[in-house]
Design a protein around this ligand. Structure first.
Ligand SMILES: [Fe+2]
Ligand SMILES: [Fe+2]
Length: 160
């Protein structure tokens, strides 16, 4: 687990606290995503590491964190759904964008991050560096989560 006492983590929570406590986001804790990891935990992981990398590179880390948190804001069970992986890859990012727009106001950059986060798995091309970083964080987190219990979990225990 990432050290919840450090300043970087506190800054991350300040950036996404309103979203992380929203019921629409918390519902993702009931959605299985990668084996023992819920969709909510996956989204927090992706958001936090995107935030850290973008901050170090002098990019828009606020947008990366907020859109990273909402990049998989959908509620169906993709493992058991009848649509194939290619269709799921395309559709869920569109659904996540619609749901995210209902939840909060999004900048054009944040929309690009969510809509194109499945870069390389579908015919989508991000237009911003932050979008590529979130997409890469998504893939790296997915591999970690699916492979060995993911020891680097980011705390989701941020109380209202
Ligand atoms: Fe996704
Ligand atoms: Fe994801």
């Amino acid at each position: 687990m990432v050290n919840s006492d450090n300043n970087l983590y506190r800054e991350f929570l300040d950036t996404v606290g309103d979203l992380i406590n929203a019921p629409e986001f918390r519902m993702l804790d009931k959605c299985r995503h990668h084996y023992g990891v819920s969709r909510m935990q996956h989204c927090v992981n992706v958001a936090y590491y995107s935030f850290v990398v973008c901050r170090r590179l002098g990019l828009d880390y606020r947008a990366a964190a907020r859109a990273g948190l909402l990049h998989d804001l959908f509620y169906y069970e993709w493992q058991s759904d009848e649509m194939g992986f290619a269709e799921h890859a395309r559709k869920h990012s569109e659904i996540a964008l619609e749901n995210a727009e209902r939840l909060t106001e999004l900048s054009e950059l944040e929309k690009d991050i969510i809509k194109n986060h499945m870069w390389l798995c579908g015919s989508m091309w991000p237009r911003h560096r932050e979008s590529y970083i979130v997409s890469l964080a998504d893939k790296i987190c997915a591999v970690w989560e699916a492979s060995h219990g993911f020891r680097l979990r980011v705390s989701t225990g941020f109380a209202a």
